[in-house]
Design a protein around this ligand. Structure first.
Ligand code: TYD
Ligand code: MG
Length: 447
């Protein structure tokens, strides 16, 4: 095959024969990097057609680490032969998480190989000591080179392979520098083939930066089986693990951890975690029982509505969907004649959590109106409900789970969609079923 130069978008992997200033696929500027193609010869595997009745579905075997916040997110255990990407910003704790998971699994007598391309073996050992990790079956290899990794894999034959990080790994047979799209993609393909051929679970660590780095893990998301994001705010020790893609499980589950001096601690009872700074009953503040997979988390929704003195009214939304907040404001304007057009509106989900459920519409709308009127919402109440374009309150999923958690955390009243009210099982909460947004405002913000 002849060598040829192509240009690849480092953000989304779009390929072009010419250099482009802006990617026509993802819209990113200055993301194209030069790649040389064709030198490496690939053996195409010959494939035979098989009768559908003769295809055997392999049994899915899952390995549990015992860290239940982790196991739940990967889909109740790590699937053998799967390729898992863990992406996150530098310093969030990816290495800490994976060495902990690797250690736990190795203590079950399974061989684990942890390849560190960024730290020396002694640096990894120092981290392990800080985490009080010791195991005879956990191997550390400090290298960036594919040939060295191949050699160790053959020698040790691990059941779990951890590559920290994929951006640091380099194959000298591929004629581009480390960290380029081609290197990352080809090396990921190598680990993919290895995991399938040997039924080994392989973890790849991928760094992402706030603005989405060149040759970032985005292009890998299509290749791997599972994509996990490890997130946290710099000033907080709270860490959230979430699945963005999972061929073997749900993408609804989250795992909650706290980064302590001596490692990551699980937070199994996270129900009230996002209420930590909750000061009861101030204008612009409502409580929403959010559902994240099987877990209910009570989250404070904060709104600040202030007059605009010049220019276009400002809208700022953190932790919620911007478009849904705009929609809610439009419904409040059009149907109920509230005047947000002359006001700046800021809406946050407290504690740095991200909410993407329409069920948060009602608490968002009440928080906005509460701030606009400067009236606190009904004391001790939670709010749940999706709002339609007509201003009707639509039903939500898992109403009983949400109510139960609110009850457990000491709330007294719940304003919920009328349609959901027949489903309610025993509760000590005082229930206010509402059909229209107008009713909800009358109940939660009495004049
Ligand atoms: P690290 O796992 O190295 O992050 P990543 O691999 O995602 O870049 O951890 C980063 C930070 O966590 C580092 O600043 C030190 C801190 N840390 C703790 O607070 N406690 C610990 O037990 C460890 C190992 C690290
Ligand atoms: Mg690291």
């Amino acid at each position: 095959m002849k060598e040829k130069i192509i240009y690849v978008c480092g953000e989304c992997g779009y390929e072009s024969s010419k250099w482009l200033g802006r990617c026509p696929n993802c819209g990113k500027w200055n993301s194209f990097v030069e790649e040389i193609r064709g030198r490496k010869k690939y053996m195409e595997k010959t494939a035979e057609p098989t009768r559908i009745n003769e295809i055997v579905i392999p049994e899915i075997i899952r390995i549990k680490s015992g860290i239940s916040e982790f196991d739940r997110v990967v889909g109740n255990g790590i699937v053998k032969g799967s390729l898992i990407l863990i992406a996150g910003e530098p310093g969030v704790g990816k290495s800490t998480l994976l060495i902990s998971v690797g250690a736990k699994i190795s203590q079950q007598g399974k061989t684990v190989l942890y390849v560190s391309g960024e730290e020396s073996s002694s640096q990894t050992k120092i981290r392990a000591e800080r985490l009080s990790i010791s195991s005879d079956n956990l191997y550390i290899l400090s290298t960036t080179q594919i040939p060295a990794i191949k050699e160790s894999i053959n020698k040790i034959q691990p059941e779990i392979l951890i590559i920290d990080s994929i951006q640091a790994i380099y194959d000298p047979e591929i004629p581009t520098t480390p960290g380029t799209v081609t290197q990352i993609r080809e090396n990921t393909n190598f680990f993919m083939n290895f995991s399938k051929a040997t039924n080994t679970a392989v973890f790849l660590v991928g760094h992402i930066t706030k603005e989405g780095s060149i040759a970032g893990p985005k292009i890998l998301e299509h290749i791997v089986d599972v994509v996990l994001y490890f997130e946290g705010e710099p000033r907080s020790n709270l860490r959230i693990l979430r699945a963005i893609k999972n061929r073997f499980g749900s993408t609804m589950e989250i795992g909650v951890f706290s980064m302590e001096e001596d490692g990551l601690k699980e937070i199994p009872d996270a129900g009230a975690l996002f209420l930590k700074d909750y000061h009861q009953n101030l204008p612009g503040q409502t409580i929403f029982p959010a559902q994240q997979g099987t877990r209910t988390l009570l989250v404070e929704i904060q709104a600040l509505v202030a007059p605009t003195y010049y220019g276009i009214p400002k809208r700022s939304v953190i932790g919620l969907d911007y478009n849904r907040v705009s929609l809610i404001l439009a419904v409040l304007e059009k149907k109920l004649h509230f005047n947000f057009g002359t006001h700046d509106v800021y809406v946050n989900a407290g504690g740095g959590i991200k909410i993407d459920e329409p069920a948060s519409d009602l608490p968002v709308s009440i928080a906005c109106v509460s701030s606009l009127k400067d009236v606190p919402p009904l004391e001790g109440s939670i709010l749940i409900g999706e709002i339609s374009l007509t201003g009707e309150i639509r039903p939500v999923k898992l109403i009983n789970k949400r109510l139960k958690e609110a009850e457990r955390l000491g709330f007294k009243k719940a304003i919920i969609p009328k349609v959901n009210s027949q489903e309610i099982t025993k509760t000590s909460l005082q229930i206010f079923p509402v059909r229209w947004l107008k009713e909800a405002i009358e109940v939660s913000l009495p004049p």
